[in-house]
Design a protein around this ligand. Sequence first.
Ligand SMILES: Nc1ncnc2c1ncn2[C@@H]1O[C@H](COP(=O)(O)OP(=O)(O)O)[C@@H](O)[C@H]1O
Ligand SMILES: [Mg+2]
Length: 418
Amino acid sequence: MSTTDPFPRPPRSLVGPIPDPDELYGRKDFIDHLWRLIDANNILLLAPRRFGKSGVMRHVLLQPRPGYVPMSFELEDVDSPEEFVWRITKELLARDKFRSILSQTKRLPAGVMTWVRKNFDEAEFEGAKVKFKAEIRADWRDAAHRMLLELEQADETAIFLFDELPAMLDLILERQGAAVANDFLAWFRTVRLAQRDVLRRHRFIVAGSVGIDQILRKLSATDKFGDFARLTVDPLDESSAIQLAEGLAETFEIDWNPELSDRLFTLIGAPVPYFIHVFFAQLGQLTATVRSSMTIADLNRVYAEAVLGPTCRHYFGHYSSRLKRYGRAGEKASMAILRAVAGRGRVSRPALFDVYRKSRGRGATELEFDDLLASLEYDWYLRLDTDTNEYYFRLKVMEEWWQRCYPLAASKARVQKR
Ligand SMILES: Nc1ncnc2c1ncn2[C@@H]1O[C@H](COP(=O)(O)OP(=O)(O)O)[C@@H](O)[C@H]1O
Ligand SMILES: [Mg+2]
């Protein structure tokens, strides 16, 4: 190996945790591109769960470029604007530089000032959460806006990394209603508009595992995120994927070769790093004898019995449970659509409309069908082959998992299989 090898050690087995910067395979160009964009843009990072968004954000957080101060926020469980402002405040106060800037202003609401002036103690602040939120409930918009304004005095650009923001919007909608969710969106938009003049030193990187467009449609706010530069976190390029596979083979002491990598990626459908990790965690359980003479037949067996089997089912659970976002009728109809595609491989749009209509009954409309398919595409289940006008699963492993969990009646599957 050359001295410039970025991965001098065999990788840790990571089946779910956010990778550290030195554990990220194949994202160098992506991260370089992101830093070039951030100079003048806010960024929306889109990819299904476990494709590697948080890992990229963690890299931005831990290895910032000169002139930037990134701060990271996990928003999945935030259910109100006050909670959001609470988290922002906590992070800002925990940084000496920002706290000292905030302590010099007189324009913050009293509830915030108390904490700015005191010797900031994170544990104590945590204990005062309920009171703090109650105090800022009425004027959270103003409080948050003013705090951000004050940060302009810093000589560095603050980058706010908002992970799982669409899930936060879903939760606010569910717990507080559409008016509050829309209010938040409107506030966030105003902040971004102010970046042209008064908030020039603020950038936002927003990530979401579920389609942002769907929640925006629900809130009739589809224009509210148009100003973001959209980046998708894709599967790895082939050479990085091979590097990861070879590294993991070393970690698990498996006798590996290029044919096995090839087969592994074919089985998964595309080299998504998470599924490579999942696969190797299973391969690692084989006996030393099998690991020291691994064959394609072993890979096939582990795939069918373990990766698609009951042990791995919970890894995929998220993909079926998040269909609940589509509402009860939408969930049922999209299950029927996914089941049909998984059973038949490729299904034309008109044939899917029939499936949808049967499931939906009298409530079926062309418009809702279009929306559902668009959501299934945004949410990374399906893809449209524009040449044939047929839908198919984005990832083979997902298709087969779907097929196993929700089989199509055997007779139908046989007749219509591609
Ligand atoms: N670049 C990468 N290199 C190696 N493994 C990765 C990479 N990106 C993601 N992973 C794998 O995916 C899992 C989830 O990554 P994460 O960044 O948390 O995804 P997301 O935020 O999209 O859900 C990790 O535990 C790891 O198995
Ligand atoms: Mg994540």
